[in-house]
Ligand binder design. Structure first.
Ligand code: AMP
Length: 420
């Protein structure tokens, strides 16, 4: 074969691709029920949107963006995440002047030039939800509960929720200074020292064992929250508890950028090895201003579709419907029967029955082999004699039982049998 999918990417192929669809449906259904509207933004944006909206000092912006110049000389970047684009679209369309919160959700492809490994790809897929314009702990709790609901509806039991608060513009500076004092005394390489000055919270997120080992006594943000942030966080925690959403407080869970405030959370799954995060999010009250908008608080999350599929597989929940998943498979002998079958299939599909047929003029034997392979429950066979009798043979492919059914009754008969 001459071409392969590019490094760090893969194809979703049937039947496994059914799982990706199932995850998208399961994660979006709860937010749709909660009044979130669907938005679809371009797959690429002005590079500056991400540089400002994600942050120059992040790995995403400094190392991982797919950036190119288009033929008009503009610097364009394939979107590495969804929040900056969504906030840009909300502002561009003036949703901040309408009823608030503006609640939106999205689903699509994202691109990061990462070191590829299991669960970490250069092209991946997320479902995300954002609520803008209101700062209310009930909104943070709502979003977290909706994501938890989505995971639970897939049957996943191994997803854990980690929760933290990052404070606000009032209390974060004192914490940042205390953290810097602590970090400056550690044995760190030059790049990490530079990070201590620029973005000390990110050092807490360092995964290297030699750094981790020194972070044991680091000051915790939760010990530095102001009264307002403490009260807000307590309210989020108690709403989640009342809603039956289990969580673990993780005072080391951080996001490196200044516009992330207060609530921050991550959903992790222990069956995934090092790439354990299946989703994450939090409050980003300063983002709108970072990209040139008015003050507009926001909270949201993004769920990784690819990793959630891996979680389903890790829990043994990955039994996609066999093959493409049709219920009825049609076999016709002769041109006239074939034309009839073609129309019958359309009727079956309109009645909500999934149906396929043998294509390519196969003989009876080849066509019946197709029926077996299709995973269908029933075959509908129309031969010359059936045609003359105005009937078709309906064959139960599991038991092999077969009976003639008048053509006019095929759709209702099959629909009834399939819903039994
Ligand atoms: P983030 O935008 O980094 O907060 O990511 C949100 C979620 O998207 C993560 O929890 C992952 O499940 C997923 N994700 C992020 N980056 C990748 C990647 N390179 N490959 C696969 N999934 C990813």
């Amino acid at each position: 074969m001459s071409f392969q999918a590019p490094k760090g990417t893969f194809d979703w192929m049937p039947p496994r691709s059914e799982l990706a669809l199932a995850v998208r449906d399961a994660m979006s259904a709860p937010v749709r029920r909660a009044g979130y509207g669907y938005v679809e933004t371009p797959t690429f944006e002005d590079t500056a949107l991400f540089a400002r909206g994600v942050g120059e000092s992040t790995d995403i912006v400094s190392k991982e963006m797919y950036t190119f110049e288009d033929k008009g000389g503009r610097s364009i970047t394939l979107r590495p995440e969804g929040t900056a684009s969504t906030v840009r679209a909300v502002l561009q369309h003036g949703l901040q002047n309408g009823p608030l919160p503006a609640k939106v959700w999205y689903s699509g492809s994202f691109f990061r030039y990462e070191r590829a490994q299991k669960g970490r790809y250069r092209h991946f897929s997320q479902v995300g939800a954002e609520a803008l314009g209101v700062e209310d702990p009930a909104l943070d709790a709502e979003l977290i509960q909706l994501a938890a609901e989505g995971f639970a509806s897939l049957g996943l039991t191994g997803v854990r929720l980690l929760l933290n608060s990052l404070g606000c513009a009032a209390c974060r500076p004192a914490y940042r200074a205390a953290l810097q004092d602590f970090l400056r005394a550690l044995d760190l390489d030059d790049a990490t020292r530079a990070r201590v000055e620029l973005n000390p919270l990110r050092v807490l997120d360092d995964k290297r064992p030699e750094v981790r080992a020194q972070l044991g006594g680091a000051p915790l943000v939760t010990d530095h929250l102001c009264e307002a942030c403490k009260g807000y966080h307590e309210e989020v925690r108690s709403l989640l508890t009342d809603a039956g959403v289990a969580f673990a407080d993780d005072p080391r869970l951080v996001r490196g950028l200044d516009y992330y405030t207060r609530t921050t959370f991550e959903f992790v799954h222990d069956g995934l090895g090092s790439q354990s995060a299946v989703g994450g999010g939090g409050r980003y009250d300063g983002l709108s201003e970072m990209i040139g908008g008015p003050p507009l608080p926001g909270v949201g999350w993004a769920i990784g579709v690819d990793r959630t599929v891996l979680a389903l597989e890790a829990e043994g929940l990955a039994a996609p419907r066999s093959s493409g998943g049709v219920q009825v498979y049609g076999v016709a002998l002769g041109d006239e029967a074939r034309r009839l079958l073609f129309s019958l299939l359309i009727e079956l599909r309109r009645a909500g029955v999934t149906a396929d047929m043998a294509f390519g003029g196969k003989g009876l034997k080849g066509a019946m082999k197709g029926a077996d392979r299709s995973g269908a429950t029933y075959a509908v066979i129309i031969g010359e004699r059936d045609l003359a009798a105005g009937a078709a043979q309906v064959k139960d492919l599991a038991s092999g039982e077969q009976a003639a059914v008048p053509l006019a009754e095929i759709v209702t008969t099959l629909k009834e049998r399939l819903t039994q």
